[in-house]
Design a protein around this ligand. Structure first.
Ligand code: NAD
Length: 469
């Protein structure tokens, strides 16, 4: 039996074809993942459709199974799974453990979450109740930056609502998701969660397949548009969690050293590979040099290396195309007059390592400001008038999240509320939680995940209207 197998109908499924998974810290293959055939994808959707009627009818069973799944993942966080996540994704081992625990926390949260039922009329004429029904089979597709937690954001509410799932991780990070499929065979009825792996084609087959009624997708804007187009002819429901280019606006009453430390952490978390990481910082003239110097000092002091090594804070970029993209965007900015206050180039040696980079003397019109860099390079932009900073922050197709930083939190909140984005943070960024809905305005997405709002996305509304006369 190969080390990693797909899960279809509760059983291990091998494939004749396989593809290499590269360890980004070495640039070399370290394992092989099964390459799902079209017939096997059909089998996975069949298994999910077969499991659906029993699963949708037993809410208590679903809650018990989700709790058991949470326990399995929490126990796995201390074992080998974290090292597998580090080897395929690049993040430091401790961060890998935290991600697995996060997935467990999400499953636990949804195991206990009430499914809303609301009586909107009850008088002598009628009793009208609004209830939530599952959709059927869900196709869930995830990216490579947080393969497990982003899978949990989908699986937990989808299963609680009574749907069954076929899950496909990114070809760059399939291994931990396949392992989770294997572990959960013990606690979920066969067919309720099927895990398949393959390339981008497999994602496209899923979105055009006749069985799923809902596509829950996290990934790039470009692919998200393709998913929406594929869903349209069959009117499949979609939730799209797409890219971001989050602005952070520092106000003139901020403490530069304090804010710079926090902004750095929220920009470089997961090596900048977070959809809602800070991707551009707006700083007033008066504080510009101090904030830049504090950001650069921190960038120079952090330890970058193989995530399995002790004390490493930031790993490599996850994959070669992304690494090349970060290189290209930084080189383009430097060629257009930007200055690297820290970093600015790859780190020598094997693996996709790039020095944490702080860019100054940049503005809109430079690609690294206008596009999503999704890596360890942060442009710092200068402003004079806060109105102008807000207008520039909003002048984009992106709208995932943003933050405003200042000593007067009320004033900062007032500015934050004018950001055109799904989450507006004040004196923090990346503060996410299972009860808090998360989604993007504009091109950053359609719909939300998490909380009762995220759960609603895995349901249809049904009105039960009982006449009394
Ligand atoms: P991607 O769009 O290339 O791939 C995402 C997933 O889609 C992968 O599993 C891939 O195999 C699959 N896929 C590719 N082509 C497909 C198609 N035609 N049909 C269906 N599926 C297809 O994205 P990525 O490079 O893996 O991830 C990085 C992007 O994801 C960034 O833009 C980032 O901002 C975004 N992201 C968004 C969120 C969020 O919640 N908003 C979270 C994490 C990442």
């Amino acid at each position: 039996m190969p080390e990693f197998t797909m899960t279809i109908g509760g059983a291990a499924v091998e494939t004749t074809a396989a593809f290499d998974v590269i360890n980004p810290a070495t640039g070399s293959p370290h394992a092989a993942a099964p390459d799902c055939s079209r017939a096997q994808l059909d089998a996975a959707f069949d298994a999910a459709a077969t499991a659906y009627p029993a699963w949708r009818s037993g809410e208590a069973t679903r809650r018990t199974a989700l709790k058991a799944a949470a326990d399995v993942l929490m126990a796995a966080a201390g074992g080998d799974l974290a090292a597998t996540l580090t080897a395929e994704q690049g993040k430091p081992l401790q961060d890998a453990r935290v991600e697995i625990m996060g997935a467990a926390i999400w499953l636990q949260h949804f195991a206990d979450l009430e499914i809303p039922r609301e009586v909107i009329q009850d008088d002598d004429r009628a009793r009208v109740e609004v209830v939530r029904r599952p959709l059927g089979v869900v196709a869930a597709i995830t990216p490579w930056n947080f393969p497990l937690i982003l899978a949990a954001w989908k699986i937990a509410p989808a299963l609680l609502a009574g749907n069954t799932v076929v899950l496909k991780p990114s070809p760059y990070t399939p291994l931990t998701t396949l392992k989770v499929g294997e572990l959960l065979r013990e606690v979920l009825p066969p067919g309720v969660l099927n895990v398949v792996s393959g390339g981008d084609d497999l994602g496209a087959w899923m979105t055009s397949h006749p069985v799923p009624r809902k596509i829950s997708f996290t990934g790039s804007i470009e692919t998200g548009k393709r998913v929406a187009a594929a869903a349209a002819p069959d009117l499949k429901r979609t939730t799209l969690e797409l890219g971001g280019n989050d602005p952070a606006i520092v106000l003139d009453d901020a403490d530069p050293a304090l804010v710079a430390g926090r902004v750095f952490d929220q920009a470089f978390a997961n090596n900048g590979q977070v959809c809602s990481a800070i991707k551009r910082v707006y700083v007033p003239d008066r504080l510009y040099d101090d904030v830049v110097e504090a950001l650069a000092a921190k960038a120079r002091s952090v330890k970058v290396g193989n995530g399995l090594d002790e004390g490493v804070q930031y790993g490599p970029v996850n994959n070669r195309p992304q690494y090349e993209r970060v290189r290209e965007l930084v080189a383009d900015a430097l060629a257009h007059g930007a200055r690297a206050a820290a970093g600015g180039a790859p780190i020598d040696g094997p693996g996709y390592f790039f020095a944490p980079t702080i860019l100054t003397d940049v503005a809109e019109g430079i690609r690294i400001v206008d596009e999503e860099q999704f890596g360890p390079a942060l442009p710092v932009l200068r402003y004079t008038d806060v109105e102008d900073a807000v207008a520039r922050a909003n002048a984009t197709h992106f709208g995932l999240s943003g933050s405003v930083w200042g000593t007067d939190a009320d004033r900062a909140a007032e500015v934050a509320e004018r950001l055109e984005c799904g989450t507006a943070w004040v004196n923090t960024h990346l503060a996410l939680a299972p009860h808090q809905p998360f989604g993007g305005f504009k091109w950053s997405g359609i719909g939300v995940e998490n909380g009762t709002w995220g759960l609603a996305g895995f349901t249809e509304i049904q009105v039960v209207h009982r006449a009394k006369r």
